[in-house]
Design a protein around this ligand. Structure first.
Ligand code: 1HN
Length: 356
């Protein structure tokens, strides 16, 4: 091999190419050709920055409502596909987002699966999600969880349609090839086993069952599955009244599992934020790509120098490790709900941020 240094570059390339071809039938490939693309100094993501407006999606979802029933569809959802990942049913490399419609009188039948799901109510009041036969009636801007492997169905006994955002870890579970699911034989709802709102009063009021040791409670799947808008909104308002905004976050809080204070579900973290009128956050990067829903107000989001206007009802995705900066319009506070795979990354000691 001492002669390799003297061999013309074109010949070396040809020798190597011929060698690589002979490796293929053995199920082998040279690492050195791909190493730099595999182990990058900072994240390289296929995810593009993108925005959807509720006002554009709503009429299309109502049209879907005339074409297919919730029972027929199982879940009547329009998927928010990242424009750089069309056909792959994902908004980031690990997360899925969709808008689901349930019309008056409809039932979305009970099923369970290994994917974790959250719902964030975009429009409507009073339809329910039931977990293991316990209903939670949902109202605008409530956060509702269906952690993995819990039976869940949805129903709408009101006279108005309800639309919510579904956030799931579908691509993450797909990358692990760990999807399992079951459906009720009768394609209906689970029988009601506990009164509506039971989880909220048992777990949402800073209490836990006395006959449960700390060890039993710790690491338990989150038993609280509804986080009402008026509660999380009150917190943000009080913070604004009581302290100056953080330079990078303004006012940001994470929704927690009351059992251990950790993320709401094993893989997904959820957040509420308020940017006061006229305030601009300093830019930051985080290793979790993030989906933001504009709940109130308007403003701007700058992602790696690209400026997006934000209006109430917009849904935006910020790629992992992109620099992001939020500005609230002078007229009103900007209130956002967000979710990401931070919970997964923290468990794997991956999560990082850079304050710019
Ligand atoms: C699901 O279970 C729901 O329960 C919504 O409402 C969307 C997308 C993929 C897989 C499961 C729901 C879903 C989903």
């Amino acid at each position: 091999m001492a002669t390799l240094a003297l061999t013309p570059a074109a010949d070396v390339r040809a020798l190597r190419a011929e060698f690589y071809e002979r490796l293929k039938p053995h199920g082998l490939a040279p690492l050195w050709e791909v190493l730099a693309a595999l182990v990058t100094p900072t994240p390289r993501t296929p995810v593009a920055t993108a925005k959807w407006s509720f006002s554009t999606i709503e009429p299309l979802l109502m049209e879907a409502g005339r074409l297919i029933t919730a029972a027929e569809a199982e879940r009547r959802v329009l998927i928010l596909e990242n424009p750089a990942l069309v056909g792959r049913s994902r908004i980031t490399s690990t997360l899925y987002a969709g808008l689901q419609l349930i019309l008056p009188g409809e039932v979305a039948p009970a099923h369970r699966h290994t994917q974790n799901a959250l719902r964030f109510v975009m429009a409507g009041n009073g339809a329910f999600t039931a977990l293991d036969g316990e209903k939670a009636h949902m109202h605008e801007h409530d956060l509702v969880l269906t952690p993995n492997w819990v039976w869940h169905d949805h129903g709408n006994e009101t006279s108005e349609p309800m639309i919510w955002l579904d956030g799931l870890d579908i691509p993450l579970i797909q990358s692990l090839d760990a999807s399992f699911s079951e459906h009720r034989e009768d394609r209906g709802a689970m029988p009601t086993t506990r009164p509506a709102g039971d989880a909220g009063v048992r777990w949402g009021n800073n209490l836990r069952p006395a006959r449960m040791s700390a060890a039993q409670a710790g690491g338990r799947r989150n038993p609280l599955f509804i986080y009402p808008y008026e509660q999380w909104r009150e917190t943000l308002e009080a913070m604004k009244a009581n302290e100056a905004p953080h330079a990078h976050d303004a006012y940001a809080m994470e929704f927690t599992n009351p059992v251990d204070g950790g993320s709401v579900m094993a893989t997904i973290s959820a957040f509420a934020r308020l940017i006061p009128a006229g305030f601009a956050t300093r830019p930051l990067r985080t290793s979790d790509g993030m989906i933001h829903v504009v709940v109130e107000g308007s403003g701007k989001l700058e992602v790696d120098g690209q400026v997006l206007d934000l209006a109430t009802g917009d849904i935006v995705v910020v790629p992992p490790w992109a620099s992001r900066q939020l500005t609230a319009s002078a007229a009103s506070d900007l209130v956002l709900f967000s979710y990401s795979d931070k919970a997964t990354q923290e468990k794997l000691s991956l999560w990082r941020e850079a304050l710019l």
